[in-house]
Design a protein around this ligand. Structure first.
Ligand code: ADP
Ligand code: ZN
Ligand code: ZN
Length: 726
């Protein structure tokens, strides 16, 4: 018998299977999807068995498989299919596709046993009768107590061996053993109470639950607070009742403990949670619960789409517009595409939910590729909050650079009513930087072409791309002026300004305050318990949060997302403003939103003010059509990176020329140009953009480019199909 093994060759981009002989003692145990050890050249490497067969004619003598790594396959038939599809559609190697599907703990070769948390347990070593006999003559109350407890409980988890346990062990009355334990246990808070669905919600649930055995894709377009989460829970409940399983993806679960809490309340321990807040071993524990079929529901971020559930009855992707569903490094897969494959495989519905669907999804709903389901109102019949735009051109003339008069007044009023406030500092492409007021020089990173961020507490400058840091310089490097100023506005500085202006309790949420494990959850739960009046932060606070006492949302600077040179910048601006507005007035108190902007005529801001997704969609679609961008055209990004500027530019030009010659006539090639992030950590980035509608030779051309540069040392070429940002 023979096996084709996909070998994991470090640092080489070989992606072929090799045939090995199966030694007779492994014949009964080997299966497709199992990992094996094989010798490859002079090394012993691991690989996945992809095929097993009886006959093979070879001129060479084949090597034998050395040993099996797993007892059971870790990739089943479906996983093998998914890996192949991902490799094909994202142009990645099969091995990296399979690796991305498995938890790190498996990959990191932490051998199964050592990576499993174990606890010590004691149990009775004799029959209950014998123990009872012993109890009659026993004079030690502690021993008696313990033995009686063991008769009742069967086993007890212990931390250490005290003298009482040691004695009982010595007498052979009890025995000590190790038991596997799971590290991560989430509990429901008890604050959530089930609601009765309203008519709109019930209609959505009925439509989907009466079609549970079809692989239709639904776009659930429901305004913020329309009760989408309740709908998901109801559908999952039905799926579980039918004995099937469910996957729900959320953008970044540690940001939304409120969502998990609702699920834990309803489904208890029937859930595995997979998110980036867990350590690798904790993730592995959750993974094992799934493998052992101990849970039927998986909730998690992007990679949870690979959860090895069998018999899936529904897949839900909440906040489907979130860019986090696309992995932005190799392999560049999109969880939405994987979800579609799995929904086809399991013949089950896929639900994409959002208050601000991507243009691509809404267009598909328009073409009846997806079925559109709508929740037009907030669940509790509250109106959406009143949004007011403040023209910051006028405010800066009055000397109000950070807080407009109106926002100040509203904050004061809200505090007076003892209600809560969320303030968003839109930090994308924007940060606190040191500028020379005499010559305009900005202090930049020497390795990246990006201004350094000034951190006031440590008086340090840091590069957010490469980590370079330095003390704040005394003088301007250009003109020698000693008066470098921090004109930018960071969250830290905003916090200071707020504290100096108002007498209130402020909590800040940004990368600096949340890098520690559990910090997100703590800030959110403290704010929910009204330990603070104001939550201020970056994009992190815009999504998914539900605080009943928040009646005012302020956006300090609406415009920075608009400045990003990406064709999706209007969409991102609309989405961000709509999502953050959605945090106001979610319970019975009316909400209000103040958006400070220099672009109050811009359609993305105007329509966000009116909560008018449809008008925004129409306007943006017109522009996409004229400019030939997605969803009218498919986009592919070819990035070229090199340490050497000349070499990078030369190869990028070659690639651009090659592309122009080897694609269909109506395919458009832009570039090469310098990438948005041109110089990062001393590496120069160039890019070509491909826009196409139908092109049957393009794929081959891309594969050729990919092959051509695979082994190249000082040049890296990445191909991103359907990029999420350019
Ligand atoms: P979404 O996910 O669409 O933003 P949620 O499911 O979080 O909306 O619901 C928003 C708020 O409305 C939550 O506080 C939720 O408990 C409440 N809610 C949802 N459905 C109902 C309902 N049918 N009746 C009353 N309150 C509801
Ligand atoms: Zn840098
Ligand atoms: Zn200067």
């Amino acid at each position: 018998m023979y096996a084709d093994v996909l070998v994991e060759i470090p640092s080489k981009k070989i992606d072929n299977t090799f045939t090995y002989l199966i030694p007779s003692h492994l014949k009964d145990k080997i299966q497709v999807g199992i990992r094996v050890k094989v010798s490859f050249g002079k090394q012993v490497l691991e690989g996945f068995v992809l095929k097993i067969y009886d006959n093979y004619a070879s001129k060479y003598e084949l090597k034998e498989i050395l040993e099996l790594v797993d007892e059971k396959p870790i990739l089943n038939e479906e996983m093998l299919m998914l890996g192949e599809e991902i490799a094909k559609t994202t142009l990645c190697s099969k091995i990296s596709a399979y690796q991305v599907m498995l938890p790190k703990a498996l990959k990191a070769k932490i051998k199964n046993k050592s990576n499993i948390k174990q606890v010590k347990v004691i149990s009775l070593a004799k029959s209950n009768e014998e123990i009872k006999d012993y109890l009659l003559k026993c004079r030690y109350p502690k021993q008696k107590q313990l033995l009686e407890k063991l008769i009742e409980d069967d086993e007890i988890v212990i931390n250490n061996l005290d003298s009482c346990i040691t004695t009982l062990l010595k007498h052979g009355l009890i025995k000590l053993s190790l038991k596997e334990d799971y590290r991560y246990l989430a509990h429901a808070s008890g604050n959530y109470h089930k609601v009765v669905l309203n008519n709109d919600q019930q209609k959505v649930v009925d439509t989907i639950t009466s079609n549970l055995n079809k692989s239709d894709t639904y776009l659930l377009y429901g305004v913020t607070g329309s009760g989408k989460t309740e709908v998901y829970m109801e559908i999952i409940k039905e799926v579980i009742n039918q004995g099937k399983t469910a996957i729900m993806l959320v953008p970044e679960i540690s940001l939304t403990p409120q969502i998990t809490d609702r699920f834990l309340t309803l489904f208890g321990n029937n859930i595995a949670l997979l998110h980036s807040g867990l350590s690798d071993s904790e993730k592995y524990d959750e993974y094992r619960k799934i493998m052992r079929k101990e849970v039927k529901i998986v909730i998690g971020a992007r990679s949870a789409i690979f959860a090895p559930l069998l018999d899936i009855g529904v897949i839900i992707i909440d906040e489907e517009h979130s860019t986090s569903y696309k992995q932005d490094n190799h392999p560049r897969y999109n969880a939405k595409d994987v979800a579609l494959l799995r929904s086809k495989y399991h013949n089950c519905p896929l639900i994409l939910g959002s208050a601000t669907p991507t243009l691509e999804s809404f267009a598909k709903a328009g073409n009846h590729v997806y079925q559109l389901l709508t929740l037009p109102k907030r669940a509790n019949n509250n109106p959406l909050p009143l949004v007011t735009l403040v023209d910051m051109k006028k405010e800066t003339e009055k000397g109000n650079y950070v807080l407009s008069s109106l926002l100040k007044e509203k904050i004061a009023n809200t505090l007076a009513k003892d209600e809560q406030i969320i303030l968003l500092l839109n930090r994308r492409g924007y940060s606190s930087m040191l500028t020379c007021p005499l010559c305009g020089n900005v202090v930049k990173c020497p390795r990246c072409d990006i201004s350094l961020t000034y951190h006031k507490t440590s008086d340090m400058l840091r590069c957010h791309y490469c980590g370079y840091n330095r003390k704040k310089p005394q003088k301007c490097d250009k003109c020698g002026s000693e008066d470098l100023k921090d004109y930018g506005l960071g969250t830290q500085k905003l916090e200071e300004i707020i504290k100096n202006t108002f007498n209130c309790r402020v909590v800040r949420m940004d990368v600096d305050t949340t890098y520690q494990k559990g910090a997100h959850e703590k800030i959110i739960s403290d704010f929910a318990q009204h330990k603070y009046d104001i939550l201020l932060g970056t994009q992190m606070i815009a999504k998914g949060l539900d605080f009943p006492l928040v009646t005012l949302v302020g956006v300090i600077n609406a415009d920075t997302t608009l400045m990003i040179p990406d064709y999706r910048s209007s969409e991102r601006t609309f989405e961000l403003l709509s999502q953050i507005s959605g945090r106001a007035g979610r319970s019975n108190r009316p909400g209000e939103v103040i958006i400070q902007t220099f672009n109050n005529e811009h359609y993305s801001i105007k329509y966000a003010k009116q909560h008018d997704y449809l008008s925004f969609y129409k306007e943006e679609m017109k522009i996409r059509k004229i400019l030939k961008y997605s969803p009218y055209y498919y986009i592919i990004l070819v990035s070229i990176a090199s340490k050497n500027y000349e070499k990078g530019f030369k190869e990028a030009t070659k690639i651009g020329d090659y592309l122009r010659k080897n694609v269909s006539n109506d395919t458009i090639i832009l570039g090469p140009t310098m990438a948005n992030m041109f110089k990062i950590n001393n590496i120069y980035h160039f890019q070509c953009i491909i826009k196409y509608r139908y092109d049957d030779i393009l794929k081959d051309t891309l594969i050729k480019i990919d092959e051509r540069y695979k082994e190249e040392r000082d040049i890296d070429v990445y191909i991103d199909i359907d990029p999420i940002k350019i």
